[in-house]
Design a binder for this molecule. Structure first.
Ligand code: 4AD
Ligand code: MG
Length: 465
């Protein structure tokens, strides 16, 4: 039977039984005793399986002994408990078929040695073959599965929101245009403006920056819902925390306020980290060994500690009185920068912090205005080592206040009629948040750069393949 390396190593296959494993060679070592050890990985788990190739294999001299990193092989034999290192089983091969050779082993980019992350980003199509990107990929998958499981267990429904939209969900004007118009010959209106009525959808369209406004519609009918999909931002940020294309998870809950929202965020993040520690011990052990020493204890501490909650106003005075010299100014009414966020979560409390109730002028139009008239019911969840990982809010459910906020932000109500309808027909207090999936992966894997948390990163000037 064909088994995965994970199955072969786990002992779930009876020893002595003939099995076939298929994968890619990591290393080959020839022993003086006239046999070879070929490590084969198929990505099903962190560890490769050791395939023991005896010299009496028909193709031993002319094929097995020419195997190099990256060659694809199909190995058949029996599983025997392995002598050495913690590994459960090895494969005593009776046949090794080579499915694909590596053209030029000398120049094959993924050699069995440490590569720099910068170099690996240039070979994004080959980097999944490395230990690190195998581990990151499996952890990313584990997190995605846990996201759906958490919401399913809590009675949420998953809503697919559109990728092509006509409205700017954040009102921040950071949208990529979607168009089929001929750039060299744009249709113009009488006023000389681009005539989007001639475009594919008959109007101007964009890639979504957030599924929130669309998911609110489903929240106000199904009560507990979430989106999980790609989002796009044309922000010119050359940082280690920003991507132009990233995945976002956005739950939305009805009959809920900002505290309910913060409670949900806390339970959610803890659930996700617990899943990783339970299910990806092999990959996390590698991360702790090679990427970040305290990767595991850090996640455990995150699970164990209650989140701190601080009002924005209080956070500002804490920062001002910290005695720390920040690069960016701290002043009531200004947004918090990463260095401020990190001071709060790392230095001041030493665990995750939820900052709540930000000045209304620095937050999105849909956030609920507090009774003080100058703050909105917004929250950011800040995590040690990264800063903002979640952004959320209670939504403005009062039509008159929403209209005033939209006018203040210069938004055209015509684009938001459908969104206004929720406040006209059975409005209720509701709240939600957005978790950047790659920020979560970066944090979990202790990575320094978000470009290593997604298979094909997109950022200003970067769109490979
Ligand atoms: O704070 P943001 O902009 O909030 C929203 O989009 C709301 N609509 C969410 C909601 O209430 N439903 O983004 C939410 C999260 C951030 O906290 C961050 O984790 C991530 O999305 N994020 C990015 N991740 C990678 N690259 C970028 N350019 C990101 N911008 C935001
Ligand atoms: Mg934010």
């Amino acid at each position: 039977a064909v088994v995965s390396v994970q199955q072969a190593l786990s002992g779930s296959v009876a020893p002595g039984k003939e099995v076939t494993v298929r994968g890619w060679v990591r290393t080959r070592r020839d022993s003086k005793a006239g046999l070879s050890f070929v490590n084969v990985s198929d990505g099903s788990c962190f560890a490769p399986i050791q395939v023991v190739a005896p010299a009496d294999l028909a193709n031993y001299e002319d094929e097995v002994k020419r195997l190099t990193a990256g060659c694809a092989v199909i190995a058949t034999g029996t599983l025997v408990p392995s002598q050495g290192q913690g590994q459960g089983f090895e494969l005593q091969a009776t046949a090794i078929e080579v499915s694909g050779w590596v053209d030029d082993p000398e120049t094959y980019p993924i050699q069995p040695k440490a590569h720099s992350l910068e170099f690996l980003r240039e070979v994004a199509h080959l980097r999944p073959r490395t230990n690190l990107f195998g581990a990151v990929t499996r952890i990313r998958h584990c997190l995605a599965q846990a996201v759906h499981r958490f919401f399913h267990e809590q009675g949420f429904y998953w809503i697919s929101t559109p990728i092509i939209t006509t409205s700017d969900a954040e009102g921040a004007g950071q949208m990529f245009r979607v168009s089929t118009l001929d750039m060299a010959n744009l249709p113009r209106t009488g006023k000389g403006e681009v005539d989007f009525s001639k475009d594919f959808f008959g109007k101007e369209t964009f890639l979504t920056v957030s599924g929130q406004l669309n998911v609110e519609a489903y929240c106000l009918a199904l009560s507990k819902v979430y989106t999980f999909g790609p989002t796009f931002r044309a922000e010119n940020s050359h940082t280690t925390r920003h991507l132009a294309e990233f995945w976002m998870i956005e739950p939305e809950i009805a009959f809920a306020d900002l505290n309910d929202d913060a409670n949900l965020a806390e339970a959610f993040l803890k659930y996700l980290f617990k899943a990783v520690l339970e299910e990806r011990g092999d990959d996390m052990a590698f991360i702790a060994e090679r990427v970040q020493k305290d990767a595991i204890t850090r996640l455990q501490a995150f699970i164990d500690a209650p989140f701190e909650r601080i009002d924005y106003t209080e956070a500002v005075s804490l920062l001002q009185n910290s005695g720390h010299k920040f690069d960016y100014p701290v002043e009531w009414g200004l947004d918090l920068q990463t260095e401020h966020e990190r001071w709060l979560t790392e230095v001041h409390v030493g665990r995750p912090v939820v900052v709540m109730n930000y000045p209304e002028q620095i937050k999105a139009f849909y956030m609920r205005l507090n009774d003080d008239g100058r703050t909105v019911a917004a929250m950011d969840v800040l995590a040690p080592g990264i800063g903002e990982i979640i952004g959320g809010s209670q939504r403005e459910e009062r039509l008159d206040v929403l209209d005033r906020r939209m006018a203040q932000f210069g938004l055209d109500p015509a684009h938001y009629q459908w969104y206004r309808d929720f406040r006209r027909y059975g409005t209720v207090p509701h709240a939600g948040f957005g978790l950047g999936f790659e920020r979560l992966v970066v944090y979990t894997c202790g990575l320094a750069n978000i470009r290593d948390a997604i298979p094909y990163p997109r950022a200003p000037g970067l769109a490979t393949f």
